[in-house]
Design a binder for this molecule. Structure first.
Ligand code: NAD
Length: 343
């Protein structure tokens, strides 16, 4: 039995908790939050223990792995302490607020021999997986260009205060929501970012950026534009992938549509349970990793997302394009079962 803990009983904790309950051989043993009542509510979903001190949970709850679901700047200390306690880690996106912190996490987990996975949920959402399958099928040819437009809401008061602290969140709408857009466009585009130009806005008196526009060139020449806009007239979350022989539009609300030879067809109809399903597939992937499997999303990819968002801030400030150095050698895939010693 793999015994999981969660730190952070916020917006998506119930998705993680309900996912754990669906996987054979996995149990959610403990939930920790500074807000005891919030932890209790999530723990109630599956009869888990409740903690308000995560180090106490690491020491006492008999865990094998932890899901870290807290404000961005806290990810580092919580991952390092998990590694110290021999716990495998699934940490929410963005991996950290600096590239150095990402590297410290990788080093610490590598040294401790524990798995480190990042919750890049886009790779597991059913409508995105439908788009991935169409691209892999080859019918549309190569990806040439991608447009990603996502609305959000960064008006102060619309979300917990820490999202408006650059120190705690690492940035605003781009670090949080733009990270999702970057994650999926780099994935669909098929190569890392070579250079980024960007503009950011801080509206509504917010101390972090509320909106941002990115223009990216990937190493394979694919061009990507990303717009993240706070409080537009209509909610939007659409990726449009333009290929040699057609195009794909994918969004949680509209599903996934393919245009090929002048004909449109739907390859994914949206369902209310799609987001929960994405969290389930993500956790299942993490559990497979503990048994020696290769995770769908590498830590190098997650680190790259942080690196590009930070470069986008530099680009916005300087008004010029910023180049991204080529990635380091990928860390070798886990070759042995990490489950030795699991309870
Ligand atoms: N994958 C997704 O689609 C998705 C969606 C939302 C949020 N997120 C990510 O999840 C993480 C959490 O965001 P959120 O929206 O749930 O935030 P939130 O503010 O709703 O929840 C964070 C929780 O962490 C708790 N917390 C803070 N410091 C703590 C500490 N030292 N010990 C224990 N608990 C502590 C807070 O009390 C709060 O309940 C972030 O990384 C965010 O980017 C991912």
């Amino acid at each position: 039995m793999i015994r999981l803990g969660i730190i952070g009983a916020g917006a998506v904790a119930h998705f993680h908790a309900l996912s754990a309950g669906r996987i054979n051989g996995v149990e959610l043993g403990a939930v920790c939050d500074l807000r005891e009542e919030a932890a209790r509510e999530v723990a109630r979903l599956c009869g888990a223990e409740v903690y308000t001190d995560y180090l106490e949970m690491y020491r006492s709850a008999g865990l094998d792995a932890v899901i870290i679901n807290t404000p961005h700047a806290l990810h580092l200390e919580m991952v390092l302490a998990a590694a110290d306690h021999g716990l495998h880690v699934l940490v929410e996106k963005p991996m950290a607020t600096t590239v150095e912190d990402c590297d410290d996490m990788v080093r610490a987990c590598g040294k401790a021999g524990v798995a480190l996975a990042i919750g890049q949920i886009q790779h597991f959402l059913p409508e995105k997986i439908a788009a991935e399958k169409v691209l892999a099928g080859g019918e549309l040819g190569r990806v040439l260009m991608i447009r990603d437009y996502r609305s959000t809401d960064y008006r102060p008061g619309t979300r917990p205060d820490w999202f408006f602290s650059k120190r705690m969140a690492g940035g605003g709408a781009l670090m949080n929501i733009g990270g999702h857009c970057l994650d999926r466009t780099v994935w669909f585009g098929g190569a890392e970012v070579e250079s980024v130009s960007a503009g950011t806005l801080s509206r509504f008196g917010a101390p972090v950026e509320t909106d941002g526009a990115l223009s990216l060139t990937l190493r394979n020449g694919v061009h990507v534009t990303i717009s993240v806009v706070s409080d537009p007239p209509a909610r939007v979350d659409e990726v449009l992938i333009v290929c040699e022989n057609g195009s794909i539009s994918t969004s949680p609300a509209g599903g996934t549509l393919v245009r090929s030879n002048g004909v449109s067809r739907t390859v994914w109809e949206p369902r209310p349970e799609d987001i929960q399903e994405g969290f389930f597939l993500q956790l299942q992937d993490f559990i497979t990793m503990l048994d020696g499997g290769v995770p769908k999303v590498s830590v190098e990819h997650a680190r790259h997302i942080v690196q590009v968002i930070l470069a986008a801030y530099d680009a916005a400030e300087s008004g010029t394009a910023v180049g991204i150095p080529p990635a380091r050698q990928p860390i070798p895939a886990v070759s042995r079962s990490l489950l030795n010693g699991v309870h």
